[in-house]
Design a binder for this molecule. Sequence first.
Ligand code: 13P
Ligand code: SF4
Length: 365
Amino acid sequence: MATALAYEQFDGVPDEDCAERIHAARKKLGQRLVILGHHYQRDEVYRHADFTGDSLKLSRLAAASDADYIVFCGVHFMAEVADILSRPQQVSILPDLSAGCSMADMANYAAVERAWKELGTMLDPDACVTPITYINSSADLKAFCGNHGGLVCTSSNAARVLEWAYKQREKVLFFPDQHLGRNTADRMGIPLDEMVEWDFNQPRGGLTKEQVGKAKILLWKGFCSVHQMFKPAHIDAFRKQNPQGKVISHPECSFEVCQKSDHVGSTEFIIKTVAESSPGSHWLVGTELNLVNRLAQQQRAAGKTVEFMSPTVCMCSTMFRIDPQHLLWTLENLVVGRVVNRIKVPPAEAEAARLALTRMLDVSP
Ligand code: 13P
Ligand code: SF4
């Protein structure tokens, strides 16, 4: 078997040359390859994806794919989900292993297990708490949920997942994103005083037994560094200038931003809603910059104006690590029969994580 081509040979290849060579490699690999691209990917990568989508759509595409190689242009947890949901002989690849998610890193197995034990000093968590992990988390946390009667959610099915959870047990431990948890619980009519923050840096989450007893949902104190940049004042300024304009945000934005928005939803929902709006409409969008710039460009022809919510540039720097050079490197290796950057979840962990993901897919619209 040929030795793997070293990345050094690809570093510095101009983007246009990468595009031509990626095209040629895709042709050679044919049906054996599928490239999945998240909406936050930069254009030079996004254009090569066979399918694009939000986390839920991409999980389903990975599960349904027959390709030998699933090359995931996204972040680490997405490639893990592709590995967990695909068949054992299929290979999931992340073009750059350093493409992680800083929010996913805010919860780890040891901290969640500790929280579960600490909850055990106040109540019986396996009898009264459903653990829910946002899909933006490592596979071992999905496995934790699978093993404790819990499940996964994404930004597009969080309400359905919470509804399911409350049919099983009276409380939810939601990690790692406090905002998705709070925004979703609020939409379901759970009062703010029945939501508490679990500060993972403090013993027992910094909560008293009474606070935990009263809470319907315990929100892990994690957040997305990109979405925390959007502020209510940005919306106020936009509305002043554009009284007819509409505001749409991702549920990883703060509670205050989501309260002031006309629509809140996943990346796929944001794109669809703006695309289906009337010609001439004016939008302020609270999500990652690559998505917003692409949407603005696509909708310009229909006379729609799409503005980014923050005056400062806020991109997902880890999504940005997937560049045409790394994509080309993975594909040309596949052409010579070498797999680089395979994402493989250990079988026992994958099985428990699959249970949590399957529960999610079963309750998703
Ligand atoms: P979506 O599932 O809405 O695409 O969100 C993924 C994500 O990481 C947003 O920051
Ligand atoms: Fe993670 Fe935020 Fe990037 Fe989404 S935008 S992948 S939550 S760091």
